[in-house]
Design a protein around this ligand. Structure first.
Ligand code: F6R
Length: 613
């Protein structure tokens, strides 16, 4: 949510900052801005809308020496929280005469009190943002020492922040800090590039230092000094970013979403590589460091997550109960800490998050830790806050997911959750023989996905018949219920068609009242337990003139006859059929959105990674 990039070093800062902003645009895209500084000049440039608008604004000022020669600057791409997406509200914000210039991610909760005080002290506000409060606050403490002014200001802040700022009188020196909103410092030779996520720095360096909460760093050229808010010097280990710059490029695809859908076979292979021992009929999840006794004593699995990660969690719940016989539940991370959950030392709370930065999921992790539960993360972004705070878990290894709509993270999450279920099941009641088969079923997932991807053109043709609708239902039962939920989420977020996912049995308890010709139904009809019942629901829908799209098992003539349109997916046990069925719906949603001319990678009002409540 919002992107920060900052540079100090020996190269011209502008191209590095613009390139970084483009990389970060998936985090927020309603306005963008940049500030550059040199010995003689400091200027702020801002534009409403996408980074391209900012680039256009700067292109009109080609003769500016500052733009050409400045070697220090900060930049931001915004997802509005306080104040609408206007040029005034765009970051960077500056104090009078650009004395202090600052970009900020997060939310300052006590901004109203601080604003009133600063106004009384004579500060004039040009925007509605909480960030402008912070920049004036820093200015109010500034006495030729930017570090000291920032630390004094941050001590007065309630809320969350990731910031980068500089003082006009100290060009080349950046102060960056974090509490609740990530900051990574990429280290180069006599230069440093700071960002809110690693995708903005991988073109320049793979060596990165992640700040912890309450860290504040002084960055000048290649020198980095990290202190805590109480002014103690600390050391943070540098780590290597393990994905290549190409992974964050579109690679010839029209959209990141399509590229990421097509990356799934490889992403899932990476997620399961080295983690399945077929001979032992077990999963080898070394990051999940539960002692054998803890595994045997495990009383309950509680999965927490949001959105797509929550939908994946449902599959984990079903598989854990089904195969391990361990009671399992899935909780919306946003509710977890507010309802005094009952978890203890024999319960494993598994936090699922692609980004590893989702505020509600992180808060659930902290609450579970407070209550003494075993806590682990199932995270994609290495070094992210949830990964670090849980201290144990399983990385997805899905590679960077840039498109706002989550695709490969979901299928990797499901694959990893099945491995977790296998591990628990083998420690509890699953036989060696069943374990071997289960392991092979997981290993077969990438190929199942390849077979669905081969039907891309066919799915695009099916999508043509659904472009005209403004609403849709998705129904499924058992393992296919989470697929219905995820299918509906994908369609609504990228095509703006109002789509709802239901357990097929729920239709009759209310939603059926809405069925008519203009309400198509997507039915998950894979062969397996529950199919006949869902087929019954399909007939009920047809009787009310709804057009039905069935996701059906290859060659299922009965299902073909029942529906108006179908997409065939390979035969597989339902716990793994979840993955190819979801991929079919990802492609379906993608093509519907494409045909409707929607901005697929950056749907309105959304941003990748929701780091505020
Ligand atoms: C939907 C989507 C969101 C995320 C949710 C959680 O396509 O991307 O629903 O799944 O915001 O994000 P993470 O997994 O990063 O915690």
């Amino acid at each position: 949510m919002c992107g920060i990039v900052a540079y100090t070093g020996k190269q011209a800062a502008l191209p590095i900052l613009i390139n970084g902003l483009k990389r970060l645009e998936y985090r927020g895209y309603d306005s963008a801005g940049i500030a550059l500084t040199s010995e003689s000049e400091t200027k702020v440039y801002k534009a409403k809308g996408k980074v391209a608008n900012l680039v256009e604004l700067l292109a009109g000022q080609e003769d500016s020496l500052l733009l050409k020669e400045s070697t220090c600057g900060i930049a931001h791409t915004r997802w509005a929280t306080h104040g609408s997406p206007t040029q005034e509200n765009a970051h960077p914000h500056a104090s009078p005469e650009n004395q202090i210039v600052l970009v900020h991610n997060g939310i300052i909760e006590n901004h109203n009190q601080l604003r009133a005080k600063l106004k009384a002290d004579g500060y004039e506000f040009l925007s509605e943002t909480d960030t402008e409060v912070l920049v004036h606050l820093v200015d109010s403490f500034y006495d030729d020492d930017i570090y000291d002014a920032v630390i004094r200001a941050l001590k007065q802040i309630e809320g969350t922040y990731g910031i980068a700022c500089f003082a006009k009188n100290q060009p080349g020196k950046l102060i960056v800090a974090r509490r609740g909103s990530p900051i990574v410092i990429g280290m180069g030779d006599q230069e440093a590039i700071v960002a809110s996520d690693a995708s903005a720095i991988i073109n320049y360096t793979r060596q990165a230092v992640y700040l912890d909460d309450n860290d504040i760093a002084i960055v000048q050229g290649g020198d980095i000094e990290i202190r805590t808010l109480d002014d103690s010097l600390v050391t943070r280990q540098a780590s290597e970013i393990d994905w290549s710059p190409d992974a964050a490029e579109k690679g010839g695809y029209e959209h990141y979403m399509l590229k990421e859908i097509f990356e799934q076979p490889e992403a899932i292979r990476n997620a399961i590589r080295g983690r399945i021992d077929v001979n032992a009929g077990n999963a080898v999840l070394s990051g999940l460091s539960l002692a054998p006794r803890e595994l045997v004593d495990l009383q309950r699995l509680v999965v927490v997550g949001c959105g797509t990660s929550l939908n994946a969690g449902l599959v984990g719940q079903f598989a854990t109960e089904d195969f391990a016989g361990i009671p399992a539940s899935v909780e919306q991370a946003a509710e977890f800490r507010y309802r005094n959950p009952i978890v203890g030392s024999r319960d494993l709370v598994l936090a699922i998050s692609q980004s590893g930065e989702t505020a509600d999921t992180l808060a659930a992790v902290r609450e579970a830790q407070q209550k003494g539960a075993l806590v682990a993360g199932l995270v994609n972004v290495v070094g992210s806050t949830i990964a670090r705070e849980t201290g144990q878990g399983v990385y997805l290894h899905a590679g960077p997911e840039i498109s706002v709509a989550s695709t490969k993270a979901f299928t990797c999450q499901v694959s990893v959750l099945l491995m977790v279920a296998l591990k628990f099941a083998r420690a509890h009641r699953m036989s060696h023989e069943r374990g071997k088969r289960f392991a092979e079923e997981i290993l077969a997932i990438p190929e199942l996905v390849e077979r669905v991807l081969a039907k891309n053109d066919e799915i695009a043709r099916v999508a043509e018949s659904f472009v005209k609708y403004e609403k849709a239902f998705f129904i499924g039962r058992g393992y296919l219920y989470p697929v219905a939920m995820e299918g509906a989420l994908k369609l609504k977020e990228i095509s703006y068609i109002h789509a709802e996912g239901y357990h097929a049995a729920e239709l009759k308890h209310g939603p059926i009242a809405l069925l008519e010709e203009s309400m198509p139904v997507v039915a998950l009809l894979n062969d397996g337990p529950g199919k006949d019942k869902t087929l019954g629901n399909v007939y009920e829908c047809k009787a009310r003139n709804a057009t039905v799209l069935g996701i059906i098992t290859e060659g299922d003539e009965e299902a073909k006859q029942a529906v108006d349109h179908y997409i065939e997916v390979p035969d597989a046990p339902l716990h793994t059929a979840v993955v190819p069925a979801t991929v079919a719906l990802q492609l379906f949603s993608y093509h519907v959105a494409r045909l409707r001319g929607c901005p697929i990678d950056q749907p309105r009002n959304l941003a990748k990674s929701v780091t505020v409540e």
